[in-house]
Design a protein around this ligand. Sequence first.
Ligand SMILES: Nc1ncnc2c1ncn2[C@@H]1O[C@H](COP(=O)(O)OP(=O)(O)OP(=O)(O)O)[C@@H](O)[C@H]1O
Ligand SMILES: [Mg+2]
Length: 261
Amino acid sequence: MAVIKVQQVNKTYEQKGEVVQALTDINLTIEKGDIYGIIGLSGAGKSTLVRCLNYLEKPTTGQVLVDGVDLGSLSKKELRQKRKEIAMIFQHFHLLMQKNVLENVCFPLYLSGMKKEKARERARELLDMVGLLSKATSYPAQLSGGQKQRVAIARALACNPKILLCDEATSALDPQTTASILELLQGIHDRLGLTVVVITHQMSVVETICNKVAIVSEGRIVEDGMVDAIFSHPKSKEARELLQETHTKGISPKEECSIGA
Ligand SMILES: Nc1ncnc2c1ncn2[C@@H]1O[C@H](COP(=O)(O)OP(=O)(O)OP(=O)(O)O)[C@@H](O)[C@H]1O
Ligand SMILES: [Mg+2]
């Protein structure tokens, strides 16, 4: 079943009187339980595309359907409600620096109206799931990058989303920490039956965790399909280049993610 369906999406921005065509004719189907990679070089349009999936950006034309519901047809209130099903994590974590780890995870629960004690109990469960219960009273500044991302993941899962969008979630991390965060995401996906969308510029991330991938170049999807098929028989120039880049580092993609692990 398609959890996310993107139909003929175009997105343009106007900047200083000039039109920037960020996305062109995007069609994408993401099925329940996929770990779907969206890969491309800087400026390709990956963040724009992922932000269209939860309507943080409204497509200029075209539709985004989540569980068959056209996000463009919803009122502001309905969209806020729908967005609870779609969580997101980012490269730079976006934690509340003045709040401790526990309160960071409680935050979305308070916003959804949960009482303090219940929220704290749920936040402790989530911190336990990401292996960070011992840091509940620490502040973000006292954590490593990998630990901050674990807090962000716990917070993202607080309201039981169906979909987790990850925009370069491991790009600020070293290879060993990247491997541990990918392992955590895989485990959460398996355990909770989430659909995960992974935005990245690293083929190694796609190979480690994704079952399907779309390659984005200059705002267009140039190739998409099963990861195994694209890795063994890349059709597009862009796919071949991205694979080449990974392999010319002299180490296999899987090793790249697990060095020192
Ligand atoms: N708010 C905006 N206003 C104007 N142009 C924008 C805006 N957001 C993105 N763009 C443009 O759209 C294009 C795609 O940007 P986007 O951020 O989606 O790329 P990306 O693939 O996520 O890049 P990166 O890997 O560097 O994060 C770029 O040309 C960018 O300059
Ligand atoms: Mg981006």
